[in-house]
Each structure stands twice: as C-alpha cells, then as structure tokens.
Design a protein around this ligand. Structure first.
Ligand SMILES: *[C@@H]1O[C@H](CO)[C@@H](O)[C@H](O)[C@H]1NC(C)=O
Ligand SMILES: *[C@@H]1O[C@H](CO)[C@@H](O)[C@H](O)[C@H]1NC(C)=O
Ligand SMILES: *[C@@H]1O[C@H](CO)[C@@H](O)[C@H](O)[C@H]1NC(C)=O
Ligand SMILES: *[C@@H]1O[C@H](CO)[C@@H](O)[C@H](O)[C@H]1NC(C)=O
Length: 261
C-alpha cells in the first residue's frame, strides 16, 4: 500500500514542476537484459527537427544528442556507442531506443529538449532492468521424505524471493537464509533456498520463485507419493489390459465356435 502512495506524491510534484520548466514522467520503465527498450520523451509534435536541440544524458554523461537536424555522436559516452537510436524525423518524438541492455544501464535518464539552448524542457525517465529466472529446480533429500530440500533458480535479475508451500499452505518449517550469488560477468543472480522438512507421503511440496520487479512467479512441485505410486500404476495397467485382451479372445473364440457349429 505504501508504494502507490509514494508514487502519487511524486506525480503531484512533477505536475507542479511542469508549470515552470520541468516536465516529468514518473513511471518507471522496465527493460529486459539483452533486449531493447524505448525511453519515452514526447516532445512537441509541431517542432521542426531542424530547429531542435535534444540531449539525452545521465548527469554529465552524454547518452545521445540531436542538434538542429542532425544526430551528433561526437560527445557520446563510449558505453552507449552503437546502442542508441532517435526517431526525431520519423516519429516527431524525442524518445530514445536503447538496445543490448545490461544491469549497468539501470539509471535515471534526462531528456532535455527545446528550440533554444537557453529554454530547454526536461523529462526524466527511470530505467529499471530485469531478467527472468530459469524454471526452478527442486531437489529432494534422496530417497527419504525427511531432510533438506533445495530450490534453485538462475539467470534472473533482480534477486528473487523463494517461497515454500506444503499442500498449497504455508509450511510449518522456516527455510534457511537463502544463498544469493551474483554472476559478475552477466550481472545476473542465482538464488537457492533450503528447507529442512519432514513431508508425509501424500503431501505436495512446492517452491515459488518470485521476481517482484517483473511480477512473475515460477513454481516447481514435488509429489513424494507419485514416485511410490508409479510402480503400482505399472502393475495395474497391464492387468486391466490383459483382462480386456482375454475377454476379446474369448468373444472371438465364441464367435468362431458358433459359426463352425
Ligand atoms: C560500433 O559499430 C562499428 C561498426 O559496426 C564498429 O566498428 C565499432 O567497433 C562499434 N563500437 C562499439 C563501441 O561497439
Ligand atoms: C513511429 O510511428 C509509427 C506510426 O505511428 C509506429 O508504428 C512506430 O512504432 C513508431 N516507431 C517508434 C520507434 O516510435
Ligand atoms: C516425520 O513425520 C512422521 C509423520 O508425519 C512422524 O511419524 C515422524 O516421527 C517424523 N519424523 C521426525 C524426525 O520428525
Ligand atoms: C507470487 O507468489 C507470492 C507468494 O505466494 C505471492 O505473494 C504473489 O502475490 C505472487 N505474485 C504473482 C504475480 O502471482
């Protein structure tokens, strides 16, 4: 409940500020690592590109610029080389397309635009990056149902929260402190939760990996009795099968016998 309230306050502030010089987009943009994202900056649709000054920057760092009809990359920070696109002429917008997103791109971007360098308007865009986790792997403590269960998901961002459920209810046991490992080269996380549990034969243990930023839950369930039921099923099915076959042969035999007789 607290977050929306904070956001409302922020948007109220931005509205007030826009009466003077600063415009403001308060919604956070979420980009997926490795993909591209559009950072919105709607500028005056009637403006003439040949008269426009447009600077995308993060404080002093130049992300991309468009000056009086031309993109200008001479002061562009090397981190953004070949990764930006502007659509001033095509779409009459000052929005920026940023590609090959990485964790390092998470920042507050400023879009400064105007017809005169002295009278610039400004739109701020906060970019958050995220990545989906792989399907979680739930491991049982060997043959028994009592012991340490582990649930692991990898390759996601930001760090996920792992929840455990026993028959869709909260478990009577508390998981150990989760192991959160950051892969330095990819900037992605691997998260493991361990639960010491004593599961009854007919219970289902589920782990849920929650990526709060993406509002995505991935779950994996473990049915302890299913492994014990499988051999039973195997024996039941052939029996049913055999009796059906037997009945079929008997009917055929009866038919043949009645024809012959
Ligand atoms: C940008 O692309 C050009 C041409 O494809 C390439 O020569 C250059 O090395 C690239 N720069 C970066 C920083 O990736
Ligand atoms: C530009 O505008 C066209 C038509 O309005 C739209 O289909 C396209 O997606 C826009 N492209 C960008 C990069 O905004
Ligand atoms: C595990 O649970 C079973 C019944 O659910 C109980 O009989 C057994 O004593 C428990 N074992 C331990 C070590 O708590
Ligand atoms: C994900 O699971 C958690 C824990 O069960 C729950 O609180 C949350 O609302 C779920 N989120 C979504 C998007 O389903």
């Amino acid at each position: 409940m607290k977050k929306p309230r904070a956001r409302n306050l922020l948007s109220a502030f931005c509205l007030l500020a826009s009466l003077f010089t600063i415009a403001c987009v308060n919604s956070d943009i979420i980009g997926i690592i490795g993909e591209e994202v559009m950072l919105p900056c709607p500028c005056d649709s009637k403006m003439d590109p040949d008269q426009l000054y447009l600077y995308w920057q993060i404080h002093e760092t130049v992300v991309d610029t468009f000056i009086k009809g031309n993109t200008s990359r001479s002061h562009q920070n090397i981190a953004y080389h070949n990764r930006t696109r502007l659509f001033v002429r095509e779409n009459k917008t000052c929005s920026l397309l940023l590609s090959q997103l990485s964790v390092k791109d998470e920042n507050r971007y400023e879009c400064h635009y105007g017809r005169q360098e002295m009278h610039m308007l400004r739109v701020d865009v906060s970019l958050l990056v995220a990545a989906n986790y792989t399907s979680p792997v739930l491991q049982a403590p060997g043959e028994q149902t009592r012991g340490r269960y582990t649930c692991t998901a990898t390759g996601g961002f930001p760090a996920a929260t792992i929840h455990w459920l026993l028959d869709n209810q909260s478990t009577p046991w508390n998981p150990e402190t989760p192991q959160i490992v950051l892969n330095e080269s990819t900037g992605r996380y691997s998260v493991t939760s361990t639960l010491a549990a004593n599961i009854s034969q007919y219970s289902t243990l589920t782990c849920i990996v929650e990526n709060k930023r993406l509002q995505v839950n991935l779950s994996q369930a473990l049915n302890s009795h299913s492994t014990q039921d499988t051999p039973q099923n195997h024996t039941v099915i052939p029996v049913a099968h055999t009796s059906l076959l037997l009945r079929y042969y008997l009917t055929v035999l009866l038919l043949v016998w009645s024809v012959l007789a």
